[in-house]
Design a protein around this ligand. Structure first.
Ligand code: NDP
Length: 461
C-alpha cells in the first residue's frame, strides 16, 4: 500500500492501474513475496529537481523547473524521455517514469526506467530561445546522467533539434562524446528508424493483435483507423497504417480534432506530410483546416477529441497525443462504433474508467462486442526499443541499416505482444470465449522481470 504520499494524481493512477492487475491475477497467490517487491519498485531510486534560468530574446530572465526521475536501474541505465510542456510536474514525471520501468523490461533490452523534463513551453519561442533554454537545462542535468548511468531521449516538446542542443552542451561540459542521449541526428550517432519507431511500433503491435484475433485472416487492409495527436507518434503511426492499406480517419492536436467529412476516404501521405511541416513550426492544425484543400475534405472541431466525432465505422483506435485522452464514455462510444482494437501510442492514453470499459468487453462469444486493449507500456515500446538499439550502435561505434533496425523493431514488437498474451494466459484465467487481458499480461510480464532482478541485487528480500 502507498502511504503518506504527496498529492500525485497521475502517479497514483499509474500505480493503481498496475497494482490492480497484479492483485486481480493469480500472481500474488503464487508468489506472495512479490507484494514487497511492488512496495519497493514504486518508490523512485532518486529524484533530481533543479532550477533552469535562461534569457529570452528581450534580454529578460526566465525561470523554469527541471526534473529527472531516476526510477529504477535494475535492468540497465535509467532510460526514458524528456518532456517540455507547461503541464509538467513531478506527479506526471513519476507516472511516466513508473510506466517506463515495465515498458523497458518488455523490450527485452537492458534498460532501467526514468523520465524527466521541464515546465518550459517551446510553443511561441524562437529557435534561439529554445537553444538557450536547452543549454541551461543541460548545464545542470549533465551532472546526473551518462551513457552508463542515465540516457534521456525526446518526448512531447522535445524533438531532434532539442536533443541536438542538449547533446552539444553535454559534450562541451563533460568533454566526452558518448551516447548520452538517444534520438540524435543521423550524422552524429542517431539510429535510423528512431523518429519512426514509436508510431511504426504501435502499428506492428496492432498487426499482431489483428492477426491473432482473426486467426491470421485479417490485416490492416481495409481497416478504418482513428488516431489522435499529430506529433511524432501520430504522424508515423498514420503513415504506416496507410502503407499497410488502412484508412486514417482522424488526427488532432491540443486545440481540436480533424476528421473526415463522410464515411469514405483517408488522410493521404501528402496531407500527413503537410501537417508534419506545420508541427515543426509549432503551429496548430486549425490553421490548415480553413485552407480549401482541407476544408472540403475534413471537418475541424475546436476543443474536441476525435473519438465521438467520426462518421461511420471505426475498426482500430490509436490514441497518440497525451495521457487520459480516452474517457469511459468515449471508450463506450468507440465500441459502439465497431472498434475491435485499441492500442495506446500515448502513455496512459486511457483513463482508468476507459480501461474498465475495455476490460469489461473481452467477451468474444457470438453476439458480444469484444475489444482488444493494448496499454502504452506494451504498444508504444517501439520508441524506447530503438533508443536501446541506438545505445548499442553507439557503444559498438557502428551504424545499422534501416532494414536491420526495422526488422529488429518488428521482432521486438512481436515478442512484446506474444509475451503479454502468454503471461495473461498463465496468470489470468478468463471464462470460455473471453479474450486474454493484454494489460494484465503486459503488467505482470514487465513487473516480474524487474522484481526478479531487484531481488538478485538485494533490493528486497
Ligand atoms: P509530440 O510533441 O510530437 O506530439 C504531441 C501531440 O499531442 C501533438 O499533436 C500535441 O498537440 C498533442 N498534445 C500534447 N499535449 C496535449 C494535451 N494536453 N491535450 C491534447 N493534445 C495534446 O509528442 P509525441 O508524439 O512524441 O508523444 C505523444 C505521446 O506518445 C505522449 O504521450 C508520449 O509520452 C508518448 N510516447 C512518445 C514516444 C516517442 O518516441 N516520441 C515513445 C513512447 C510514448 P499540439 O501540437 O497542439 O501541442
Amino acid at each position: 500500500m502507498m502511504q503518506n504520499l504527496p498529492f500525485e494524481p497521475e502517479f497514483e493512477q499509474a500505480y493503481k492501474e498496475l497494482a490492480s492487475t497484479l492483485e486481480n491475477s493469480t500472481l500474488f497467490q503464487k508468489k506472495p513475496e512479490y507484494r514487497k517487491a511492488l512496495q519497493v519498485v514504486s518508490v523512485p531510486e532518486r529524484v533530481i529537481q533543479f532550477r533552469v534560468v535562461w534569457e529570452d530574446d528581450k534580454g529578460q530572465v526566465q525561470i523554469n523547473r527541471g526534473y529527472r526521475v531516476q526510477f529504477n536501474s535494475a535492468l540497465g541505465p535509467y532510460k526514458g524521455g524528456l518532456r517540455f510542456h507547461p503541464t509538467v510536474n513531478l506527479s506526471i514525471l513519476k507516472f511516466l517514469g513508473f510506466e517506463q520501468i515495465f515498458k523497458n523490461a518488455l523490450t527485452g533490452l537492458n534498460m532501467g526506467g526514468g523520465k524527466g523534463g521541464s515546465d518550459f513551453d517551446p510553443k511561441g519561442k524562437t529557435d534561439n530561445e529554445i537553444r538557450r533554454f536547452c543549454v541551461s537545462f543541460m548545464t545542470e542535468l549533465c551532472k546526473h546522467i551518462g551513457a552508463d548511468t542515465d540516457v534521456p531521449a525526446g518526448d512531447i516538446g522535445v524533438t531532434g533539434r532539442e536533443v541536438g542542443f542538449m547533446f552539444g552542451q553535454y559534450k562541451k561540459i563533460r568533454n566526452q562524446w558518448e551516447g548520452v542521449l538517444t534520438g540524435k541526428g543521423g550524422s552524429w550517432g542517431g539510429s535510423l528508424i528512431r523518429p519512426e519507431a514509436t508510431g511504426y511500433g504501435v502499428v506492428y503491435y496492432v498487426e499482431h493483435m489483428i492477426k491473432h484475433a482473426s486467426g491470421g485472416k485479417e490485416s490492416f487492409a481495409g481497416k478504418r483507423v482513428a488516431i489522435s495527436g499529430s506529433g511524432n507518434v501520430a504522424q508515423y503511426a498514420a503513415l504506416k497504417v496507410i502503407e499497410l492499406g488502412g484508412s486514417v480517419v482522424s488526427l488532432s492536436d491540443s486545440q481540436g480534432a480533424l476528421v473526415l467529412n463522410g464515411e469514405e476516404g483517408s488522410f493521404t501521405v501528402e496531407e500527413i506530410n503537410t501537417i508534419a511541416e506545420i508541427k515543426v513550426q509549432r503551429k496548430q492544425i486549425s490553421e490548415l483546416a480553413t485552407e480549401a484543400a482541407f476544408s472540403s475534405k475534413f471537418k475541424y472541431i475546436p476543443g474536441a477529441r476525435p473519438w465521438t466525432n467520426i462518421a461511420g465505422r471505426i475498426d482500430v483506435a490509436l490514441p497518440s497525443a497525451t495521457q487520459n485522452e480516452v474517457s469511459g464514455d468515449e471508450a463506450k462510444a468507440l465500441i459502439a462504433a465497431g472498434c475491435k482494437f485499441l492500442a495506446e501510442g500515448s502513455n496512459m492514453g486511457s483513463t482508468q474508467e476507459a480501461i474498465d470499459v475495455f476490460e469489461a468487453h473481452r467477451d468474444a462469444n457470438p453476439g458480444a462486442a469484444a475489444i482488444w486493449y493494448a496499454p502504452g507500456k506494451a504498444a508504444n515500446a517501439g520508441g524506447v526499443a530503438v533508443s536501446g538499439l541506438e545505445m548499442a550502435q553507439n557503444s559498438a561505434r557502428v551504424n545499422w541499416s534501416r532494414e536491420e533496425v526495422d526488422s529488429r523493431l518488428k521482432k521486438i514488437m512481436e515478442d512484446c505482444f506474444n509475451n503479454g498474451l502468454a503471461t495473461a494466459k498463465e496468470y489470468v484465467t478468463p471464462a470460455e470465449g473471453v479474450l486474454p487481458s493484454l494489460v494484465a499480461g503486459s503488467n505482470i510480464a514487465g513487473f516480474t522481470k524487474v522484481a526478479e532482478a531487484m531481488k538478485e541485487h538485494g533490493d528486497w528480500w
